[in-house]
Each structure stands twice: as structure tokens, then as C-alpha cells.
Design a protein around this ligand. Structure first.
Ligand code: HEM
Length: 305
């Protein structure tokens, strides 16, 4: 007897010129799925390859890998908002809350980095990692590009004067994070930044061309007025901005201080930036949704943590 499902299957395979009977026969021989095949645990647990003999390097590698997985989850949620045509406040808030939950997790778990490694061990194994740096996380940059308009990622010193219609190429050269990879006297780019751009710049420009008009901030601004005034949505937007650009940044900064500032003496980071100044939110003033903050809040950004 033909069931509704068999009819639907027949239709599905007919559409692509396939014989359903052959596919059904294949089921006779296919292996039942297991947890380990589905999650790829064997591959996943073989991706941790320390470069030194120091055991705490494993914590460092794995925590970064966990971060990259969460970054991927965040980008997946942002993409859903970006590619949905008529987003409403309810969908927008619920996706933003998902994203914030991932970022809350990244922020609260940063103590795994700060207190989870022996300072002495860290300062030994990091020498073997030079000149690599978390600064080279492409997904982190993509989260920024997908969250706001390029102008809000421009180095604060050029934000007022840069031509808003300038090319992506020019905007790219003035992004706030260029400051971590450039010698400001000579303008010369560090090796860390040069190789990062060689690998990702073209991909970033393509990504930005799409997201400069589909990012969270532009999407929010294009909502009908009544939706834009939705209190829960505004709260969710502010929560996300604050979590990424103050709470995460401060957790990161405090961790850098813990390892690289011993007895008031700062050590150069693996990426070679002037990190003490560069990393603090009060200098970066990176704000995804500036219109959702008061003048005073913008002024005090990063100083009232
Ligand atoms: C012991 C732990 C860590 C220390 C001491 C540390 C230190 C630093 C420093 C000093 C910088 C500035 C660039 C440089 O000169 O290298 C930086 C940048 C960066 N790190 Fe880390 N970091 C740590 C863990 C992490 C983790 C777990 C992540 C997650 C992926 C991460 C992601 C980043 C990102 C995205 C940047 C660029 C941030 C920006 O441009 O504002 N870091 N880190």
C-alpha cells in the first residue's frame, strides 16, 4: 500500500530524474548512524597539536578552538537575519538573544584563559607561537563586519574625516585594527598583519560588500518605526553591543594584563602590538550601534566597566 510518505518520496526523486526503488534498496545496506560518526569526534579530538612540551599549551589551543566554534554559531545566526527579507522585531530579538548567549558564554568563560594556565608556562610556550596572534582570527573580524556599518569600525582618529563613500580598499586601510599591525611612524605593516591580509583581505572585501548593507545595524534601521521602538529589541541590541565591545574586550584585556604585565613591566605580545593602549575599549571606541547610546554613554565608553 502506498503511503503519503512513499508518494512524497516518489515525487521528490522523480523531480531529479532518480529511481526511488534504487534509493530504497540502498537503505537495506546503509549503516545506522552513530554519535561518533555524526559528531566526528575522532577528527575533532585530533585537532589539538601543541608546538611545545608545556602541558598548559593544550588549554590555550582548545579554548581558542572552542571560541572559533562559537564564532561560527554567531555568524550563522547573523546570516539568518541578513538573508531574511522582512524581519520583524520578534525574530530580530530572538536571534540577537541567541547571539548574545554565545557571547555571554565567551565573556564569562574567559577566566579559563586568565586563571587556567600557569603564567610561567604561558610565557614560555608563547615564544614558540610568535608572530601568530588571536588578532588573526578571521571569524572575529567577520562578526564585526556583519554587525555594523564600516564607518563604525574605522579608527576613531579618522572616523569624522574619512569620505563615507570611499572605496572598500580605502576603508579597509583605515579600520581600527590596522593600528595593532602598523608602525605609526613609518606606516609599515607588521608581518602578523601582512600575512593576515594576504590570506583574507579579498575574502573580507567580498564579505563586506554584502554585509555593509545587510549588517545588524542597517537591518535594524530599516525596520518600520514601531518595530524600531520595541523596548525588548533595543535592550537586546544594547546588550549585544555592550557584551562584545566592552565586556569581552575587558575580559581579554585583563587576561593580557595577567600574563604580559608582571610587576608593572609590560612584555611585547606575540602579534607585536602596543597592546596596553590598543586593546582598551576607551581607546578603540568600537561601538556597533552608536545611536542606541546617549552622548554621555558614548563619551564614557569603556571607562564605566
Ligand atoms: C592568554 C590569553 C590571551 C592573551 C594574553 C591575548 C593577548 C592579545 C593581545 C596582546 C592582542 C593584541 C594583538 C597582539 O599584539 O597580539 C590580542 C588580540 C586579539 N586576540 Fe587575544 N589574547 C589571549 C586570548 C585570546 C582568545 C582566547 C581569543 C579568542 C579567539 C583571542 C582573540 C583575539 C582577537 C580577536 C584579537 C584582536 C582584537 C582586536 O583587534 O581588538 N585572544 N590578544
Amino acid at each position: 500500500m502506498e503511503t503519503k510518505t512513499t508518494n512524497q518520496l516518489k515525487e521528490k526523486y522523480q523531480k531529479i530524474g532518480q529511481d526511488l526503488d534504487v534509493h530504497l534498496e540502498g537503505l537495506l545496506y546503509s549503516k545506522p548512524i552513530t554519535y561518533w560518526d555524526y559528531i566526528h569526534t575522532d577528527s575533532l579530538l585530533n585537532l589539538q597539536l601543541p608546538r611545545t612540551t608545556l602541558p598548559d599549551e593544550m588549554v590555550f589551543i582548545m579554548y581558542h578552538q572552542i571560541n572559533e566554534l562559537l564564532f561560527k554559531m554567531i555568524l550563522g545566526e547573523i546570516e539568518q537575519i541578513a538573508t531574511t527579507e522582512n524581519v520583524d522585531a520578534v525574530m530580530f530579538s530572538s536571534k540577537l538573544m541567541r547571539i548574545s548567549r554565545y557571547f555571554d558564554m565567551l565573556t564569562s568563560s574567559f577566566s579559563i584563559m586568565k586563571d587556567g594556565m600557569h603564567v610561567e608556562q604561558y610565557n614560555k610556550f608563547r615564544t614558540a607561537l610568535t608572530p601568530a596572534s588571536g588578532f588573526q582570527s578571521a571569524q572575529y573580524r567577520k562578526i564585526e563586519f556583519a554587525s555594523t556599518e564600516l564607518i563604525n569600525l574605522i579608527d576613531k582618529r579618522f572616523r569624522e574625516t574619512i569620505d563615507r563613500n570611499s572605496s572598500y580598499e580605502n576603508a579597509f586601510e583605515h579600520l581600527y585594527w590596522q593600528a595593532a599591525g602598523k608602525d605609526y611612524k613609518t606606516g609599515k605593516k607588521s608581518y602578523t598583519l601582512t600575512v593576515f591580509e594576504e590570506k583574507y583581505k579579498e575574502e573580507f572585501i567580498r564579505f563586506t560588500q554584502f554585509y555593509n548593507t545587510h549588517n545588524l545595524w542597517t537591518k535594524f534601521k530599516s525596520l518600520p518605526q514601531v518595530e524600531k521602538e520595541n523596548k525588548d529589541l533595543i535592550k537586546a541590541m544594547r546588550h549585544y553591543d555592550y557584551t562584545v565591545n566592552i565586556k569581552w574586550v575587558m575580559a581579554h584585556y585583563n587576561t593580557a594584563n595577567h600574563y604580559l604585565n608582571i610587576g608593572g613591566k609590560t612584555t611585547e605580545a606575540t602579534g607585536g602590538s602596543e597592546w596596553v593602549k590598543y586593546m582598551h575599549p576607551k581607546y578603540q571606541k568600537r561601538i556597533f550601534f552608536p545611536d542606541l547610546w546617549t552622548e554621555k554613554e558614548l563619551q564614557d565608553w569603556g571607562t564605566m566597566v
